[in-house]
Write a protein of this length. Structure first.
Length: 271
């Protein structure tokens, strides 16, 4: 059985993400593993002794408290949930788990923090979005669970060498019967290979007929934001590429506005 990985820092934002994960587990027929990563404070904080054992004990106590909180949730009944604490950074622990086990998606809550990216996803979630190789779903801290009715898939319309990242979205759309729209924010001088990209999409979306649209805007994040405001999708999908599309979304003043509003779940795929 595949599993949904839910990192937690025991905050309310993380607990809200766990609620979403429980619903997702029922949809996908997945189990859930809740993980907490702990590590020594950064060098320069005047820590004179190794407190790893203390951190481990505290983490286990916090996890036990979370376990009791989850066990009384009616929606958690009949869902396989395991709990795990591990030493290391959040990204390292996620990657170890993803490499060793059959992880379908990592689901994390968003937190307010310093920096542009961090204000959107939270420092740990942002780091995971940049550095893990499995789908990551970021849930705004105050976002209640809602059924997925429409998916906005932002794309540069470039044929991908490995389009496997689409498989998760296609499966999600098939299960939820959500409408899927691929959006290309196009600059005036762009001539993407639309036919090639659409052919690639059709290989994965066999039971759902996605639509394609484009808008002209020199600012990609601004174009995406305008579409979000107009169409109010249930989920935004972005693909992390090495050649800058992902970074152009993450680092801009327009992104900052989206980040601060933090009202829309964002699925980050590694393309």
């Amino acid at each position: 059985m595949k599993k949904i990985l839910v990192p937690t820092d025991f905050s309310e934002g993380a607990f809200n993400a766990l609620i979403h994960a429980i619903y997702a587990a029922k949809l996908l027929d997945n189990s859930i593993e809740i993980i907490h990563a702990y590590s020594m404070p950064a060098a320069g904080t005047n820590v004179m002794v190794d407190i790893t054992d203390i951190l481990k004990k505290n983490a286990e106590e916090e996890m036990e408290g979370l376990k009791k909180r989850v066990q009384i949730l009616e929606i958690a009944q009949n869902t396989e949930i395991t709990y795990h604490t591990a030493y290391g950074s959040v990204v390292d622990v996620i990657n170890r788990k993803a490499n060793e086990e059959n992880v379908s998606v990592v689901l994390m809550g968003t937190q307010g923090a310093s920096g542009i990216t961090e204000k959107w996803l939270g420092s740990n979630t942002a780091a995971a979005a940049r550095n893990i190789n499995v789908p990551l779903l970021a849930i705004p801290v105050e976002r209640p669970y809602k059924n997925i009715e429409s998916i906005l898939f932002s794309t540069d319309m470039k044929v991908m060498e490995d389009a496997g990242c689409m498989e998760f979205v296609a499966k999600l759309a098939n299960i939820t019967r959500a409408e899927v729209k691929f959006l290309h924010v196009r600059k005036s001088d762009e001539q993407p290979d639309e036919e090639g990209y659409k052919n690639q999409v059709e290989k994965f979306f066999t039971d759902v007929n996605p639509t394609f649209s484009f808008t002209y805007n020199e600012n990609i994040p601004e174009g995406i934001e305008e579409t979000i405001k107009k169409e109010n999708p249930s989920l935004l999908v972005v693909v992390r590429h090495d050649y800058g599309f992902f970074e152009s979304i993450w680092h801009s003043s327009v992104s900052r506005q989206i980040i601060n509003n933090a009202s829309l779940p964002i699925l980050v795929l590694n393309g």
